[in-house]
Design a protein around this ligand. Structure first.
Ligand SMILES: [Zn+2]
Length: 57
């Protein structure tokens, strides 16, 4: 299998700040979206990690 360098977007739960890898919503071209809900607390609101980092500097 050829190695494909796909950037996986990460999202941060707005409630508990746990980072989640984006879920693949489209195979080709690869697209990622925020998870449906947080695995740790069940929150459904996520912020893209890049925006989250910008807001926490
Ligand atoms: Zn959470």
């Amino acid at each position: 299998m050829a190695h494909v360098s796909t950037v996986v977007r990460k999202y941060v739960c707005t409630n508990c700040q746990v980072a989640h890898a984006g879920e693949r919503v489209q195979v080709s071209p690869a697209k990622f979206g925020a998870p449906e809900s947080c695995g740790a607390c069940g929150e459904t609101e996520f912020i893209w990690i890049k925006n989250w980092l910008n807001n926490h500097e």
